[in-house]
Structures are given as structure tokens and as C-alpha cells.
Design a protein around this ligand. Structure first.
Ligand code: SF4
Length: 378
């Protein structure tokens, strides 16, 4: 689908910055925003100030259905309440500072600045049958995958639930401007969601609220690099969130060289946790497998992967690498990618090749932020 261009920046273009750059705020000083609160918490907060509880539902409606980005637009609320909320419960914890488009406008990547001056990325992708936002959950990442720009920058801090929800709301607003509806959320941007587990589950609760976005948990995918204890924890949650595991290799030697976390949770333990997850939930696991030329893309590796996943309710997403300048890895040739996928399918493993969106706009995880922090033109 080609997006209409009337509402959009048609090429890479900076978004005008606010007049004054906000100062750095410590965690203690970062304000709670509307997007941080569940409906029940908002009702309690308003009630404590003598505001009727039904106002909370109105706020959820205007924030998550009407998608307004300013209390002033919530004209159903008394003017004094709007002014009070703007001071005591800010609506927007993020400011868009740069937006780039590619794939004929079907991919929009936004660089946001947080209230404490950090930068994070969100990617909105339009497909013929769905509209997906890829949300960041941390500023940077501590996992340090060898092929990932975010991993190379290390972890600065976890994002709050409000900062994650704000990415979703901004994407829903952007999708609506393009005549589309946001249908899927993947926590696959910067960061490891299971290292920010509570905020991740809070995001699910807030977006699931029927008075607000009413976003089904089954349309939310949490992607982990393999934190085994949290796979078990997710399996016991009441929400039917989908699980994706970044596998990238079928054995410990290779996987540890790509995903250092594998030394702590080796492939055997990881796969055992995935089997427990499937048994407990009845839901399949998606395995993400970044194909890297000459590293993990051989016929023998495909055979080994097929043996590893035999009998498990799963799907493999093969993602040809988006090369990043900082890592010495390349993307396999198309014939190699097709051959790898064919071997999996011949052995009964469901596999899809997914070319990651936006190769020409630094869409590989964390690249846009890395460029920005390095002072490249925004
Ligand atoms: S691929 Fe994901 S888990 Fe690995 S370093 Fe990058 S952001 Fe972290």
C-alpha cells in the first residue's frame, strides 16, 4: 500500500523541535503521565482530588480513542480540570524529533526524545493486511547482541510504561492520519522487554482497557533474547500475549557468539522453557532468526535448527540481516536465504522470510538513535 502523502513528511525531514530543550530529569523527578496509569489508578487519583470517577473514563476515551495529544482538545472536560491536569498529570512524555519514511511510505521510523533528554526509536509498518508498530522498551540494551546497533550502545535506563504507551498512541495517531488502524504491537524495538517486565505488563493492561484502546493481548507480541525465568512468568499471566524468541542459532557455541545471554541461559534451557510455554498456554512460539552471511546460514545449520525445533508448536521468522556499520556482518544472498527456508519447510518447520523494513533509513534496531547521538544531521 502506498500511503497518501498529504499528511506526511515525504522524505527524511526533521520535526521542528520545541523552543527549549528540557533539562535532564532524574528518575525521581520524572513526572507520572496519563499514559502511566490504568483506569482504576486514574479513577483513584481523580477521586482523591474530589473529581468524579466518570471523568477517568472520559479521559481514557479522549486519550486512547480520539487520540488527542492535548488536554485542551478534551472539550468535554471543564476548563479548570484541563488546566489542572496539564500541570499535574502531563499527557505527553515523548517529543518526536525526527521522522524518516521509506518503502514508498509504508515504513515510518520516528526518533523520540524523552523528558530527560534520552532518544528512542519507534517503527510503524503498513502491510496490506495489518498495521504494526515496533515499540522500544529501554533506552539502549544490556544484552549486547553482536549484530545490533542498540546492543553496542549499552543500557541507559528502562522506559516507563507511559513512555511505551506513548509510542503506541503516537503510532495509532499516525496510522489514523494515513487512513489505517493500528492492528498489532510488537515489543521488538530497542531493549529487552523481560528486563523491563513490570512496565511491559503494565502497557498490556493499559492498552487492554475497554474504555480506552481496547487492544487485544493476542495482538501484542513480546520478543525476548532468551530470559528463561520470564518465559515461565509470561506463561502464567492472565493476558494472552504472544511470545517471540530471538534464537539466531541452533547450538550454544554459535548462539553464545551472537547473543552473549546464551551463556547464562543456553539453548537447551531456552527450548525447554519454550516447550513449557506451549504446553501451558496452547499458543505457538515464534522464533526470530537473523540470517547472517557465512555465520548462521549454511545448509548444515538449517538442518540442525530443524532438528532442534522438531515437534514444537512454532513458527520461524527468517530475517536477513540489516547490516550496521559498526558490526562486521553481512546479509546472505537471496539464493542462500531461500535455500535455508526451504530446508526448514522440507523438515516440517513453518518458516517465513521477513525482510526487515527500511534498510535505507537505518531501520536496523538502534541505528537511527546511534546516528543521532553521533551528531549526524537530523
Ligand atoms: S537485538 Fe534486541 S536484545 Fe539484542 S542487543 Fe539488540 S535490542 Fe538488545
Amino acid at each position: 500500500m502506498r500511503m497518501p502523502t498529504s499528511n506526511l513528511v515525504t522524505s527524511e525531514q526533521p520535526i521542528p523541535a520545541p523552543a527549549a530543550r528540557p533539562g535532564r530529569l532524574s528518575r525521581r523527578d520524572r513526572p507520572v503521565t496519563l499514559y502511566d496509569l490504568t483506569l482504576a489508578e486514574l479513577e483513584e487519583r481523580l477521586a482523591a482530588d474530589g473529581v468524579p470517577r466518570y471523568r477517568a473514563r472520559q479521559l481514557f476515551h479522549w486519550a486512547y480513542r480520539q487520540l488527542v495529544d492535548d488536554y485542551e482538545a478534551m472539550t468535554v472536560l471543564p476548563k479548570a480540570l484541563r488546566a489542572d491536569l496539564a500541570v499535574r498529570l502531563p499527557l505527553a512524555p515523548l517529543t518526536a524529533v525526527r521522522e524518516v519514511h521509506t518503502d514508498d511510505g509504508e515504513t515510518i521510523k520516528t526518533l523520540f526524545r524523552t523528558l530527560d533528554g534520552q532518544h528512542i526509536e519507534t517503527v510503524l509498518m503498513f502491510y496490506p493486511d495489518r498495521t504494526t508498530v515496533c515499540v522500544s522498551c529501554q533506552v539502549g540494551c544490556a544484552v549486547g547482541c553482536r549484530f545490533c546497533a542498540t546492543g553496542m550502545l549499552g543500557l541507559t535506563r528502562n522506559l516507563t510504561a507511559g513512555e511505551m504507551v506513548a509510542q503506541v498512541v503516537a503510532a495509532a495517531r499516525r496510522a489514523r492520519a494515513a487512513g489505517r488502524t493500528l492492528t498489532n504491537i510488537v515489543l521488538m524495538g530497542m531493549g529487552e522487554p523481560f528486563q523491563n517486565y513490570d512496565a511491559t505488563m503494565r502497557l498490556v493492561r493499559i492498552l487492554h482497557e475497554p474504555a480506552g484502546m481496547n487492544f487485544g493481548a493476542r495482538r501484542i507480541t513480546v520478543s525476548t533474547s532468551g530470559l528463561v525465568p520470564f518465559i515461565d512468568r509470561l506463561a502464567s499471566e492472565p493476558f494472552q500475549v504472544k511470545l517471540a524468541v530471538s534464537l539466531h542459532a541452533p547450538n550454544d557455541e554459535l548462539r553464545s557468539s551472537l547473543v552473549p545471554l546464551n551463556r547464562r541461559y543456553p539453548v537447551g534451557e531456552l527450548l525447554a522453557a519454550c516447550r513449557r510455554y506451549v504446553e501451558r498456554t496452547g499458543r505457538r512460539v515464534t522464533f526470530e532468526y537473523v540470517l547472517i552471511a557465512g555465520v548462521n546460514d549454511s545448509d548444515a545449520t538449517a538442518e540442525e535448527l530443524a532438528r532442534l525445533l522438531q515437534g514444537l508448536l512454532c513458527h520461524v521468522n527468517l530475517i536477513p540481516l540489516n547490516p550496521t556499520p559498526a558490526a562486521p556482518f553481512g546479509r546472505p544472498r537471496v539464493e542462500r536465504i531461500d535455500r535455508f527456508a526451504a530446508i526448514l519447510r522440507e523438515r516440517g518447520i513453518a518458516a517465513t522470510v521477513r525482510y526487515s523494513r527500511g534498510v535505507d533509513i537505518a531501520a536496523a534496531c538502534g541505528q537511527l538513535r546511534a546516528e543521532h547521538e553521533a551528531g549526524m544531521p537530523a
